[in-house]
Write a protein that binds this ligand. Structure first.
Ligand code: GLN
Ligand code: ZN
Length: 765
């Protein structure tokens, strides 16, 4: 018999109960007990749900009060020194978010993206002094907690090599892999304790295997699992890799003394053939087939999945095949049933979707079908599944002939501005008449409580659209007056009509749907609700022309149009899986292109197309970078290339390192790029300098993440640094990013200082 396995389950609760209670606890409005009780409730519901459905391998320790990597730090006793005098939850949350009160002032640990997902983990910190005193309480506690309900779980832990490699060295001249020898005994002790709970399987996640590994890193993997194999316990190891195939690490993986190898067959279907045919795979391992997509919201195509199971069955005994999710369901929204009254998802589209709870059902269905269990019901479900997929394939909601035709007819020239940059720059100088060191902002102004209240009222139909428009007009008007008053050169309308930079565009484009409760954890208590792109994307009518024109009509200065770019819209949405991402991206690019052209027609001479997500779209393996960058950069260019030479295209990117993709960024050929640089003291600018980046550039001169007001002098200094590095006629002056999370008082002071700094630099010329 084949078994069913789920790699992990969402922990935020279907109604974000965990988020709500933690935030209440942080505010001091809930006791530790109340808060931990909600956690226990969620865990037990998740376990019972999976158990009742018949999942064979159910995870424990997939729950977390903040983040699973942070949990691993506390389990392994890897606590940076600055937190050592704290304990319990205070210590835990201080590591996650920093702590500042009368007695304590410690900064948080860093946070970064978990592989290519939008989940952020806490980055472990290592020095040569790091010790690993084991603290197994959480893991053992959860095993026991589940046992109370009669459920034997498989605990999930992050593997030693992934743990080390995802962390950071906090000391020069030392390599964190050197810690492996002292780390392994700690793991070993943990495994023994787990085994003593009567556990049969432990899932060790090593998704680092989906990346390119050096020889040394590969050896670390080999060393770790050989070490575990010598243990005296009977604990069986499930080695889980996901988000891509094993690739060049396949020989290594097949040779490891583990009992189960998990494969993400959603991201990489072909690896199954490779493994089944591999000389090192002699059938002595169980293969866990990750068939149900943990990263997207589409219903599984049973026929397609069963074909893969059949392949495995040709070579393996059924006891050697497991059927499961591709990765943890952490990255899926929780329950589709909550959307039954949501009118923003067409009913037809709802039938194509599966969230975490539905995915559990799919794992069970597939296992039942693969095991060939008789019974009318399961066959009915199979034919239902076939019917849904065949209807989807021909649905008018998905397919728009005009969009497809336009895509087919795309020419090379559609991604090319009329003239090269040097010529455009001359034209733009003639037309725009901007001073040296032109000042601008990145787009949004403070989204005050009032702005959010009015938007909510409008969305709930408690405010007429006339009244809402009036409100927005006044906000925009105030913003323009303010920008004129302090002497900014290129103004923005302020983005008061937007909730967020993707949702706003999704709501105006065809082919997008919006969930009401489709929350996915992004970090800690922060959740996001990505839109769903289900069909060919088109733009029924202009999306931003109205507010940009209104703003432009209020001033003689240039108002910059403000758009989100195609790659960022794609990257921050659930994307259809029936065509390549590049095709969907090009469709969005064409819609944005039309918007850019309409803005130009409406008299807007400067248009910014934000692309903060270009870098995070990079594939895990370097060998796949070129293909991605090729279509992603081209999509941006398609969106930007419909305008005359005299129209100036800006782009903006934040949270990016540019070193290894600087030539691709140059290839975007935006007339002006604004980037985040202030926190790194202009260090991030170096890539542009080394590359001799030819176009204009606005290195952010102050950090917008903090309410602190930068002094004129500080900004002047940064600008002087930039002026030593770049041709001064190419330099723009702007903050690091949009100002929507800030309040007006600090925004006003900061921008005044910024303008003053630019004026001082001009005087020096
Ligand atoms: N124009 C957007 C804003 O100012 C850009 C946001 C971003 O880069 N993340 O809010
Ligand atoms: Zn930004």
């Amino acid at each position: 018999m084949m078994k069913s396995i789920v790699l992990g389950y969402p922990r935020i609760g279907a109604n974000r109960e965990l988020k709500k209670i933690i935030e209440k606890y942080w505010r001091g409005d809930a006791t530790e007990d109340e808060f931990l009780n909600v956690g226990r409730q969620i865990k037990s519901e998740n376990w019972k749900l999976q158990h009742d459905l018949g999942v064979d391998l159910i995870s424990s320790n997939d729950f977390s009060l903040y983040d699973q990597v942070l949990d691993m730090c506390t389990t392994l006793g890897c606590i940076p020194q600055r937190f050592e005098h704290l304990d319990g939850l205070d210590q835990y949350f201080a590591m996650a978010r920093g702590l500042q009160n009368k007695e304590v002032d410690v900064t948080a640990m860093e946070m970064t993206k978990w592989f290519d997902t939008n989940y952020h983990y806490i980055v472990p910190e290592f020095t040569s002094e790091t010790k690993f005193p084991l603290n197994p309480d959480k893991i053992l506690g959860e095993i026991k907690e589940a046992k109370k309900f009669g459920i034997q779980t498989k605990p999930v832990i992050i593997g030693p090599v992934t743990f080390l490699l995802l962390g950071k060295e906090k000391e020069d001249g030392f390599n964190r892999l050197d810690l492996l020898s002292s780390l392994l005994p700690c793991y070993q002790e943990l495994l023994e304790l787990i085994a003593s709970e009567g556990v049969e399987f432990v899932q060790i996640d090593e998704p680092i295997l989906a990346k390119d590994l050096s020889r040394e890193e590969q050896l670390a993997i080999k060393k770790s699992y050989s070490f575990f194999a010598n243990n005296s316990t009977k604990l069986k190891i499930i080695l889980a890799n996901y988000f891509d195939c094993y690739g060049a690490n396949l020989n290594l993986a097949l040779d490891l003394p583990v009992q189960v190898l998990h494969l993400d067959l959603v991201r990489c279907r072909l690896q199954l053939d490779d493994i089944l045919a591999h000389p090192l795979f002699n059938g002595n391992k169980i293969l866990s087939l990750g068939l149900v997509d943990g990263r997207n919201i589409w219903k599984n195509d049973y026929e397609q999945s069963l074909r893969l199971v059949e392949k495995a069955k040709e070579k393996l005994d059924s006891s050697q095949i497991w059927i499961g999710t591709s990765c943890s369901l952490l990255h899926s929204p929780v329950n589709l049933e909550l959307e039954s009254n949501n009118e923003k998802i067409p009913n037809e589209v709802k039938q194509w979707l599966a969230f975490a709870e539905q995915k559990l059902g799919e794992v069970i269905d597939l296992t039942t079908l693969a095991n060939g269990e008789e019974g009318g019901i399961i066959l009915e479900r199979l034919s239902d599944n076939k019917r849904v997929h065949s209807l989807k394939r021909s649905s008018k909601l998905v397919h728009n002939g005009e969009v497809k035709k336009r895509l087919e007819n795309l020419q090379e020239s559609d991604s090319q501005r009329k003239s090269p940059f040097t010529q455009r720059q001359l034209e733009q100088r003639n037309h725009l008449r901007l001073p040296l060191y032109p000042t601008t902002t990145i787009g949004s102004f403070p989204q005050t409580k009032e702005v959010r209240i009015q938007r909510r009222k409008f969305k709930k139909n408690e405010l007429s659209s006339k009244a809402y428009d009036e409100f927005l007009f006044n906000e925009t008007h105030e913003a323009i007056k303010f920008q004129e008053a302090i002497g900014l050169d290129v103004l923005v309308h302020g983005e008061f009509e937007r909730n967020d930079m993707v949702e706003y565009f999704g709501e105006h484009l065809s082919g997008f749907a919006f969930t009401q409760f489709g929350w996915v954890q992004s970090y800690g208590t922060r959740c996001v609700k990505p839109p769903i792109i289900y069909g060919d994307v088109s733009r029924p009518k202009p999306m931003t022309v109205k507010w940009s024109s209104v703003a432009q009509s209020l001033t003689k200065k240039h108002v910059k149009g403000m758009l989100t770019g195609p790659v960022t819209i794609l990257q921050w949405s659930f994307v259809r899986n029936d065509q390549p991402r590049s095709a969907t991206c090009n469709q969005i690019a064409l819609a944005i292109r039309d918007e850019v052209c309409d803005l130009e027609k409406a008299g807007i001479k400067i248009i910014q197309i934000d692309e903060p997500a270009i870098r995070e779209g990079l594939p895990l393996r370097k060998e796949d970078w070129a293909t991605y960058l090729n279509w992603a950069i081209k999509a941006f260019r398609i969106s930007a290339s419909g305008v005359d030479d005299s129209t100036q295209i800006h782009t903006h990117m934040c949270y990016s390192e540019f070193n290894d993709i600087i030539d691709d960024i140059a290839e975007m050929d935006a007339d002006v790029i604004t980037i985040e640089t202030s926190r790194s003291e202009m260090e991030l600018l170096q890539a542009f300098v080394d590359f001799k980046y030819p176009n204009e550039i606005g290195p952010g001169v102050y950090d917008i993440h903090s309410p602190r007001v930068p002094t004129t002098e500080e900004i002047e200094n940064l600008l002087e640094r930039a002026s030593e590095l770049l041709p001064i006629e190419n330099i723009w002056v702007n903050p690091d990013c949009g100002l929507k999370t800030r309040d007006w008082p600090e925004t006003k002071l900061a921008l005044e200082n910024m303008v003053r700094a630019a004026q001082k630099l001009r005087q020096k010329q």
